[in-house]
Design a protein around this ligand. Structure first.
Ligand SMILES: [Cu+2]
Length: 599
């Protein structure tokens, strides 16, 4: 008989138990987090050590060479789900090492969970209050600063990679949307201070946490539901303001990723984009990494297009300069919310495994692709390899997952993906099932009942290739639009979770590219035939002048696009489209590779 499995639960359920006379589970979790955060920075179980494995402090070749990544995290390749699985396991072990906390399991932030509001309607919960509250009060009335809200760096973080400015001093406290934590240079600090002062309680230097929490929740819920319409901002006299809900919202992306045809395509954005390349005629698929990146950006503060001016902001006309730590790979692991987010990502990974008969073994082959060729995403070509890897090195499920070690037959060795395929039999735990889990009949039925009928009119997909990432500092969002009969519709947004100084990546300059595809299910074939498509990039503003050139103003340029479109031909190439967008656009688009296609 199987030993009883430990259970990773939803943090919101644990919080509800706390409020309903069962405080032990949450209190132990809080004690464990507080403890590992207070350990000396160089202690192997300290939060500084563990949170720092993801990005900064940089080690290895990437500490000085921008062609490499100085952190250990794997993104854009097939190790993304499994590397993070081991990472969570190590943090959980650290929490369990705290005296009296041996039973603590890492909970997940169930992002797609909906609550019923007093009027009976359903809405996403947003960020659970226990992750945003300023204080935590134990049942014995002792109150402490909430250890899950932020982390104060016990040591400074320095970025020595060329001219990068992504450094943080000792004593820096992590921040989330709508605040900015960009403090590397005096100009950055001034911009961050200006941004943050908009959220002070009037007459003080104290952040209005109630307000910033509300704005964070609005932003996260906006990303989840895929709503870009800003209440009160839509101007019927200005039809090119984008409207609508889109199917690429985080909720739909997570759901769609569960249908990804094979592990390789499911596991990362690079492999997914190859699968979605129009040359293969495949059914459009989504990766787990993509909605995961959206949550990073929603918490870390990259505005969705149309959310630049927030009507709830104390000064709605000031575009947000939010630069939260979750939004860049350098510091994401140092905000405690990272681990609750990734625990949910891992839960969805496990759901995919159950659905695709992959709980005990993972097959890397891609249907229709020759087994003797390297599929994109099965190495680190075209991106900066993390610590321990070379760009062309072939990755497998037996590649070492640096820096995580385990003991086998008395010998210490690095973890491999194959050590953690089966969370129940190899790691001894399972997930409390909640939203998105088809195996939970009750919640599946509830989901169906609450989902409005979606009319599916077309199978066509808009694909965009060849955006040059090397020119864009920090994370950003690529969004796509279709203008039909004078109304500009928002098609979706592809998050790009990135590092601060990408241009330092010398040997990546020619091929560090972003691709994205957007389904056009909501339009008829006829509407698609007369649609004008355009793309926009939203990223970190107010810090690097380079980025500003790439911002594409909505209305002015949509008109120019009308003339750039060849009649009856829905493929817009860089030369015509580039001029239609902005003068500098070809710098951003790899001119030979840029391609926008409906097929
Ligand atoms: Cu992540």
């Amino acid at each position: 008989m199987k030993p009883t499995l430990k259970v990773r639960r939803s943090i919101q359920n644990i919080y509800n138990d706390f409020n309903n006379g069962k405080p032990e589970e949450l209190e132990k979790l809080i004690v464990a987090w507080q403890f590992i955060k207070a350990l000396p920075a160089d202690h192997p179980n300290s939060f500084m050590t563990l949170g720092g494995f993801h990005g900064e402090p940089f080690v290895g070749r990437g500490a000085y060479d921008g062609s490499y990544w100085g952190g250990y995290c794997n993104h854009g390749n097939i190790l993304f789900p499994t590397w993070h699985r081991v990472y969570l396991h190590k943090l959980e072990k650290a929490l369990q090492s705290v005296p009296g906390c041996e039973s603590v399991m890492l909970p997940y932030w169930d992002q797609t969970y909906k609550i019923t509001k007093p009027d009976g309607s359903k809405e996403f919960l947003g960020v659970p209050p226990v992750l945003t509250d300023e204080y935590f009060t134990f049942s014995n009335n002792v109150t402490i600063p909430n250890p899950l809200k932020s982390f104060v760096l016990p040591v400074a973080l320095h970025d020595y990679v060329e001219v990068s400015s992504y450094s943080k001093p000792q004593g820096y406290e992590t921040v989330r949307y709508p605040l900015s934590g960009l403090v590397g240079r005096p100009t950055d600090r001034a911009a961050a201070e200006l941004n943050n002062s908009a959220y002070y309680i009037p007459g003080t230097n104290t952040i209005n946490v109630k307000l910033t929490t509300q704005l964070l929740n609005d932003n996260v819920i906006g990303w989840l539901s895929g709503t870009v319409e800003i209440p009160g901002q839509f101007n019927p006299n200005n039809p090119l303001t984008p409207v609508g809900k889109f199917r690429g919202g985080v909720y739909d992306s997570y759901k769609k990723s569960l249908d990804a045809p094979c592990y390789t395509v499911f596991s990362n954005n690079t492999s997914r984009s190859e699968w979605n390349d129009p040359k293969y005629n495949n059914i459009n698929a989504q990766s787990l990494e993509s909605p995961h990146g959206s949550i990073h950006l929603s918490v870390g503060g990259v505005n969705m297009p149309g959310q630049d001016a927030n009507p709830n902001s104390p000064n709605p006309n000031v575009p947000s300069n939010a630069n939260g730590d979750m939004g860049e790979n350098e510091t994401a692991g140092l905000d405690p919310i990272f681990f609750f987010h990734h625990c949910n990502v891992d839960r969805i990974f496990w759901m995919w495994q159950k659905k695709h008969n992959s709980t005990t073994n993972i097959d890397l082959s891609v249907p229709g692709f020759p087994a003797d060729q390297q599929y994109p995403g099965t190495n680190n070509e075209g991106q900066q390899p993390p610590v321990g890897y070379e760009p062309s090195e072939q990755l497998t499920m037996d590649s070492p997952l640096f820096p995580f070690k385990m003991v086998e037959n008395g010998q210490e060795r690095y973890f491999r993906s194959s050590d953690v395929f089966d969370i129940e039999n190899q790691l001894g735990f399972t997930y409390e099932s909640l939203s998105l889990d088809d195996t939970d009949q009750a919640s599946a039925l509830k989901l169906q009942a609450s989902a409005p009928e979606e009319v599916h009119k077309s199978d066509k997909v808009l694909t965009i290739n060849g955006i040059n990432r090397a020119k864009i500092n920090g994370s950003f969002v690529l969004s796509a639009y279709a203008t039909i009969d004078g109304v500009r519709h928002f098609l979706g947004a592809e998050p790009v979770l990135s590092r601060w100084r990408v241009v330092a990546c010398k040997n990546c300059l020619t091929h560090l590219e972003v691709s994205a595809s957007f389904t056009l299910y909501q339009f008829t074939e006829d509407e698609i035939a007369r649609a004008i498509f355009d793309v926009q990039i939203n990223g970190r503003s107010g810090n690097e002048t380079e980025f500003a050139k790439f911002t594409v103003a909505n209305q002015a340029n949509a008109n120019k696009l009308l003339t750039a479109r060849a009649p009856g031909n829905m493929m817009l190439m860089a030369d015509s489209l580039g001029k239609g967008l902005v003068a500098e656009a070809p710098m951003l688009m790899n001119s030979s590779a840029f391609n926008m296609q409906v097929s």
